[in-house]
Design a protein around this ligand. Sequence first.
Ligand code: XIL
Length: 459
Amino acid sequence: MKIEKVCNKVFYALFFIAITTFVSCSSDDNTTSFSAVPPVAQDASEIDFTSFRASWSNVFLASGYELDVSTDPNFGSFLQGYESLAVNQLFQSVTGLSLNTEYYYRVRAIVNGVTSENSNTISVETNEEFPDDITLKSATEGNFFVGVAVSEARTNIAAYDEVYTREFSSITAENDMKMESIFTGIDGSGNIIFDWSRIDGLIDYAEANNLNVHGHTLIWHRSIPQALEDFTGTDQEFEDLIQQYINAVFTRYQGKINSWDVVNEAIDDDAGTQWRNTLFLQRMGDNYVEKCFAFARAADPNVKLFYNDYNMTFDGIKRGKVLDMVDDLLASDLIDGVGYQMHIDYNFPSREQIQEATDELVAKDVIVHFAELDVKLNAANDLTDLTDERAEAQRQKVREVVEIFNAIPQNKKYAITVWGLKDDDTWLIPENNGRPEWPLLFDESFEKKPAYLGFLEGL
Ligand code: XIL
């Protein structure tokens, strides 16, 4: 009884203090409104290249706070995700920022369902230098490979070599390991004439620099040697040449190239559910993909065999066909991994689309390669120069891609490979008749772009 009375007294006392001290009351035209006292925003701490910590004073009886962050001191716009962000503590990490940029934050308290006025505004500038002690390679070590498409010629150029070896843990030949580069003819006895020079050069380079090599690609309709196009032998003789080719490559690089894209882009776009009509299909039949995987498996059972294709993140019909094929190949233990080529746009596909496509692949018993990453900024041809805004959008897309990949179960992560080092080298410019593009992580001067930081942020 006594204790209850004391409690009641304490309660009323506290209530009185709360009302009189922390909530001011005003009466106007017969309406009564309460206004909570705003918190005092404190200086930012833990300021980094891409983040800082905002904090503020406690408001008595506040059930929570709302944080606004903007690049505009007048808060005419907000940073995505930071407009009235609900926070239940007295600080909040603000992440995903641009380096060397001024940000502003303010905060409100919520007391008894009433939101206070804005606090004072704090300004904070993120650091201006890229973190030089962190590289793509160091940040992904022990997690997955981060690869780059290279050419043998560029490995001999000091400026490329410096970045290749500093940033990457894996290389893929952009063209030097395709059939047209290696299979240069057929001699009088019906044997393939090989040119091993560039692929040998790449293997030496990889060995010297402790780089993984992902082989790309044994069979692709856009890299068919003239001698095969012109081949007048029987279908069986054609197929024997394909087997001879796969055997020769696997034998020569046994223990040196531990993964290969066996077949690249075998599914037709328009029909979605059809095999692409290629010379291989015409000569070897509908099951040519399976035959090639079987030749590869027989040539070296230790090599990880991949299928690689594009538009996989948003074309559900095509993806369905590929995943059915993967099931068939898995049933005969002929495949180990799948590459989703990541030739995407800064605004497409959506995060949700990429996530869904990834989930469907992760459900299969294969390892995952996000291959051929480049993020187009100018598909609509509305830019003649790269803008800061577009470069930032690219950074966010790269970050999304890396976040999604990084969240894949550890034993299924193979690699993320970017399709070229610097913007002016991209295949997309010639591919699109000279349309300006800036799809990569480094600019034409080998400098890191915001997209590079997006990669790091995604980890
Ligand atoms: C491209 C190269 O980047 C270009 O230099 C070449 O002219 C054509 O091939 N899908 C693939 C890659 O699997 O091999 C292609 O590479 C890009 C599309």
